[in-house]
Design a protein around this ligand. Structure first.
Ligand code: ZN
Length: 296
C-alpha cells in the first residue's frame, strides 16, 4: 500500500505498448554498427550509448498501443500499470507546484511509455534489459514494467511499491533536468565518482526523494486526499534498497567482480541512497544541487 484510499487518477498520461518486439530481430548493441549516438539517461550504469541499437527493420506483428485509463488508489496499489500512471500524475502535480516557472514550457509534462519486450523510441530501439530511461530528444520516459522483477532477481533489490515509484520519480527527475537546462550545462561525456554524469544521476535520485517526501504530506487538489499514505520504515527501506541495487559499485561488483570508481556514471549505492534521503528529508530543490556539493 502506498496510495491513499479514496485517491483517484484520471489516466491518459501513460501509453501502453505491447507486441513491439516480435519478429523484428531487435538486438541490443547489435553487430552492424548502427548504434544510435544519442545519450539517453538510464537508471543503470554502463555506457548509455551502447544500450540502444539501431531501429528494427519492420515486419512482424504490429505493435499494440493503448492509453492507461483512470485508476483508483486501490488499483494503483494492486496493478503495476495503474501504479505507474498514478505516480506520473502525482509527479506532474508535484513539479508544477514546486517549479511553476516551468509551466511555460509546452512540454512541461514528459510523455511516458510502458512497453513489453521492445519498442522504438526517439533514441533508438529499447528492450527490457535497457532498464528504464529518459530519452531527451522526444522527452519521454520509457520503461518495461518487467524490469521491476529484474531489479529484484538480478540486482538484488527488495522490490515493493515505493521501489517502483522511486524508479519513475528518478526518470521524471531527468525530465526536470532537461527543462531546467542542466543537461545543457553539465558535461555528461565523462565518467568517475566526481563527474558531471554522476552529479546528474545523484540529483535525479535527490529529486525522487523530494517527491516521495512531499507526496505523503500533500493533498491531491483533485480529490482532497493525500497522494500517498504516510511512508513506513519498510517502504522507505524498499526505495533505498532499489537505489542501492542500481549503484555503480554494486553493479560492477556483480558483473565484473571488482569496483572501479573512475568509470562510474551513476554513483555508488551509498551515494544514491544518501542523495535520495537528502531530498526526502530536506524537501527543497536547493538541497539537491549536486553541482554545488563539495563532496558527493
Ligand atoms: Zn538516471
Amino acid at each position: 500500500m502506498t496510495f491513499q484510499d479514496g485517491g483517484r487518477f484520471e489516466g491518459g498520461r501513460v501509453q501502453s505498448r505491447s507486441g513491439g518486439g516480435r519478429g523484428k530481430g531487435i538486438a541490443v548493441g547489435g553487430g552492424l554498427g548502427t548504434l544510435v549516438l544519442v545519450v539517453v539517461v538510464t537508471l543503470l550504469g554502463g555506457n548509455p550509448t551502447q544500450l540502444l541499437s539501431g531501429g528494427g527493420s519492420g515486419g512482424g506483428s504490429p505493435e499494440q498501443v493503448a492509453e492507461v485509463g483512470a485508476c483508483s488508489a486501490e488499483q494503483a496499489n494492486a496493478e503495476r500499470e495503474c501504479r505507474l500512471s498514478a505516480t506520473v500524475q502525482a509527479l506532474d502535480e508535484y513539479w508544477q507546484r514546486t517549479l511553476p516557472e516551468l509551466a511555460q514550457d509546452p512540454d512541461v509534462e514528459p510523455a511516458v511509455v510502458s512497453f513489453q519486450d521492445a519498442t522504438e523510441t526517439g533514441c533508438g530501439s529499447a528492450s527490457a534489459s535497457t532498464g528504464p530511461f529518459y530519452c531527451p530528444p522526444d522527452r519521454t520516459i520509457y520503461l518495461d514494467l518487467s524490469f521491476y522483477d529484474l531489479l529484484s532477481s538480478q540486482y538484488g533489490a527488495q522490490g515493493g511499491p515505493l521501489a517502483e515509484e522511486y524508479v519513475v520519480a528518478h526518470e521524471y527527475g531527468h525530465h526536470i533536468q532537461q527543462l531546467t537546462g542542466i543537461f545543457d550545462s553539465a558535461d555528461r561525456s565523462g565518467t568517475g565518482d566526481d563527474s558531471d554524469s554522476v552529479r546528474v544521476e545523484l540529483q535525479a535520485d535527490c529529486y525522487a526523494g523530494l517527491w516521495a517526501g512531499d507526496a505523503a504530506t500533500t493533498v491531491d487538489p483533485d480529490t482532497g486526499v493525500p497522494f500517498l499514505e504516510p511512508i513506513t520504515e519498510d517502504e522507505l527501506a524498499q526505495a533505498l534498497s532499489a537505489a542501492a541495487a542500481v549503484g555503480d559499485d554494486h553493479i560492477q561488483q556483480q558483473s565484473a567482480g571488482g569496483v572501479n570508481p573512475d568509470t562510474w556514471t551513476h554513483g555508488s549505492s551509498e551515494q544514491r541512497q544518501r542523495w535520495f534521503m537528502t531530498g526526502y528529508r530536506d524537501g527543497s530543490v536547493q538541497s539537491c544541487d549536486t553541482f554545488a556539493a563539495a563532496s558527493l
